[in-house]
Design a binder for this molecule. Sequence first.
Ligand SMILES: [Zn+2]
Length: 415
Amino acid sequence: MPSEPCMKTLLPHLACPECRTTDGLSLERATTLEGRRWQSMLREAAELQSKLVCRACTRSYPVTDDGIPVLWSDALERTFRSLHKELNAAAPTEQDVKAANIQLYDTISNAYDAEGVHADSVTRSRMVSAFEEAAAGRRGPHVDVGCGAGNVLEFFTDVLDGPRIGVDVSLTGLRAVRRKGFDAVMGDAERLPFAEGSIGLITASSVLHHLFRPERLMCEAYSVLRKGGVFLTDFDPNGRAARWGWLALQLYALRRPVYSLLSRGRRRVFHSSKQVQTWNALAEFHNKPGEGFDIGELQSSLVNAGFELRRIFPHNCRDNSVHQRSLVRPSARHLLVQSLSGRNAFSRRNSDTLLTASVKPEVPARMNHQGEISPWARQVTQKLFAAGASALQESEHALMAAAVPLTTTVATVGD
Ligand SMILES: [Zn+2]
């Protein structure tokens, strides 16, 4: 069993999410004013007593009375400040999506844990074999982003060494994580509170589609992973299967009663009230008909972030190996929806969910060991040329990847 979490052992692994300097954070006493303000923002029972102060930028971060550091990004802090506001479901902003995730998982985390969603042995076996296939070693720390009640941290308990840290926006989920003996930090998936190059494994199960801009998590994961570190994502919707036909869309209009019937009592947690259904629809931001992740685009985003992509594995929940080449075993719901859309639900290309395994290369992806431009960089450069200047602003990493090969090319021509 993991030992009881302790703030002193956790602190050296944390960094200010906004400036991310290596100066570190110091534990101090919060003023009465801060304590009351944070109590109301976080809807805590008592006034907060402690804070972490960034030695570089002097931002202050709350620490809950049971010792959970709240290393929110500026954007996440703004969301907490306006949690009482009504959400715009018709044209949601980034803040609406963040707020829906906070409200939803504060409400359902305990029930979600009790129902064991994505916590089964098949899911464990698939994620662990994807990690073992990609990883050069078994060094931690392991950070699970969007950890919920900590099921993915449990999957990797015997697999790699080092601290195991859950990151989430829901304190209810984080408290469940601590009860299981893991460390817990409140943080924004789009602005991770760790030092650059410090983490061995980052997992994000059923998380990318909850984010307003999922590519930000990819860039963040790349920054905080050490060289050779692994980034694993799972349970994001396959965009190809999400392009539903007319008949399936008619069914979607009736989805709540039909869903309840098909699920026969399982996962009722997402349908427990009208309010929960509304939050869930917003929180599942890229998981609806016509949305999801196109396999090619997912690949480009990971490569643009700097990763070497080892595998994209389209699967359904019951496929327990990343090596298997057999037909997928669709759920009743997936079989029905794909059949109504005129698609073969048993084909892997049409499976409902995607897993990805990527590695932060020892040598930056834009160069190989001989200092030549790598195929990854060539692909990124060509993409940027094709997309024009606006794409250059899309990500800092893409810009870096483009700039170096261009210079190298010029130098080669000059020689
Ligand atoms: Zn700072």
